[in-house]
Design a protein around this ligand. Structure first.
Ligand code: PLP
Length: 396
């Protein structure tokens, strides 16, 4: 069968080989410590899960409006107001099948063929692929580890052309953990307005920030910037609800209507049951979120301290999310069993074979000199996995 160019252009995941090997080892009963996971290891808090069960029992199992129930959109609006002072009406909010779907709707509604979309590196793997699916051109913008992986206006300017339409910003960042400061966002906001761009702001890790850093939503910086911004968020990472699939976008009414219409012909509404659970999450207490954040913080500190002490690794302290992104430059070029480690994919494969530890190569995030390790796993497993990493590195 001849497949469309659209799907043939999807890049194969550079982590596929390591993933497949990790699964193979697990199937053979090998004890692999998994630092590859991209989701909280906690269960969905009980009161949220119960709201989903209640929805089924009450027969809340039919179609809802494509953009989500009015109650849920009101709860999202209330939260955006409470947390960021932002004013959105329910018709400026679209609930989708996870933040990934919200991002896709936004890119599809904004990009003409050939439009360029600025994506700072390191980036979440899905952004460039979604831009290509929409016919746009992903333009990767460099950042420096020395400036905390936060993109500067100079770097953005250097990649801006008359075809630039959109900037995708992700703070707190997956994979680097970088959290942008207010002044930086103000400068980026001015850049967006100066070039008449749209800003897609992926804020799915907003509640996972540490060390007194604060998450600032760029839409809250000025009414002008709010009008050019799509705020994307989800209950997935915040409330340990990845499998429920509820994300949302808040933006101007015109774009929200377009996204709702698009979604109406693709998925219709996200699951009615999950919407009721998300309503309980957003309308309820944030105490469980804070408990998870504190636990993530303890784990981060252990992971950063242990990794930093290992020869060949340097690891900056991430300010948010639940990943560390150590620099592995010093390992590249080393030889093990006659094989040279050429880049992050080889280092990840080496750690899997020699340490039985799964990590994600930085190559997939646009940086071949880093690895991503998730600390969404227990302290016990973190200790065990890092001891093995240390031992394996000793063989190089
Ligand atoms: C996990 C993740 C998402 C997707 O969230 P879902 O709600 O599960 O679709 C979006 N952006 C980033 C940066 C993520 O890490």
């Amino acid at each position: 069968m001849k497949l469309s160019e659209r799907v043939r252009n999807i890049s194969p995941s550079p982590t596929l080989a390591v993933d497949a090997r990790a699964k193979q080892l697990l199937a053979q009963g090998v004890d692999v410590v998994n630092f590859g996971v991209g989701e909280p290891d906690f269960d969905t808090p009980a009161h949220i899960a119960e709201a989903g069960i209640a929805a089924i029992r009450q027969g809340f199992t039919r179609y809802t409006p494509a953009a989500g129930t009015v109650e849920l959109r009101e709860a999202i609006a209330a939260r955006l107001h409470r947390d960021h002072g932002l004013e959105y009406r329910p018709d400026e909010i679209v609930v989708s099948v996870g933040a990934k779907h919200s991002l896709y709707n936004a890119v599809m509604a904004l990009c003409e063929p050939g439009d360029e979309v600025l994506i700072p590196v390191p980036y979440w793997v899905t952004y460039p692929e979604q831009v290509k699916l929409a016919g746009g051109v992903p333009v990767i913008v460099p950042t420096a580890e020395a400036t905390g992986f936060r993109v500067t206006v100079e770097a953005l300017e250097s990649k801006t052309t008359p075809r630039t339409r959109v900037l995708i910003l992700n703070s707190p960042n997956n994979p680097s953990g970088a959290v942008y400061r207010r002044e930086e966002l103000e400068a980026i906001g001015e850049f967006v307005l100066r070039h008449d761009l749209c800003l897609i702001s992926d804020e799915v890790y907003e509640k996972l920030v540490y060390d007194g850093h604060r998450h600032v939503s760029p839409a809250a910086l000025s009414p002008e910037l709010k009008a050019r911004t799509v705020v994307v968020n989800a209950v997935s990472k915040t409330f340990a609800m990845t499998g429920w699939r509820i994300g949302y976008a808040a933006c101007c009414r015109e774009l929200a209507r377009a996204m709702a219409e698009l979604q109406g012909h693709v998925t219709s509404n996200p699951t009615s049951i999950s919407q009721q659970a998300a309503l309980a999450a957003l309308a309820g207490s944030d105490a469980p979120v804070e408990a998870m954040r504190r636990e993530f913080l303890r784990r981060r500190d252990v992971m950063v301290a242990r990794l930093s002490a290992m020869p060949g690794l340097s690891c900056r302290v991430p300010e948010g999310a639940f990943y560390v992104f150590p620099d592995i430059s010093a390992l590249i070029g080393k030889t093990f069993n006659g094989r040279k480690l050429e880049g992050s994919t080889d280092v990840a494969a080496f750690l899997l074979e020699e340490a039985r530890v799964a990590t994600v190569a930085g190559a997939g995030f646009g940086s071949d000199r880093h690895l991503r390790l998730s600390y969404a796993t227990s302290l016990e497993r973190i200790e065990a996995g890092l001891a093995r990493v240390e031992e394996a590195l000793g063989k190089l």
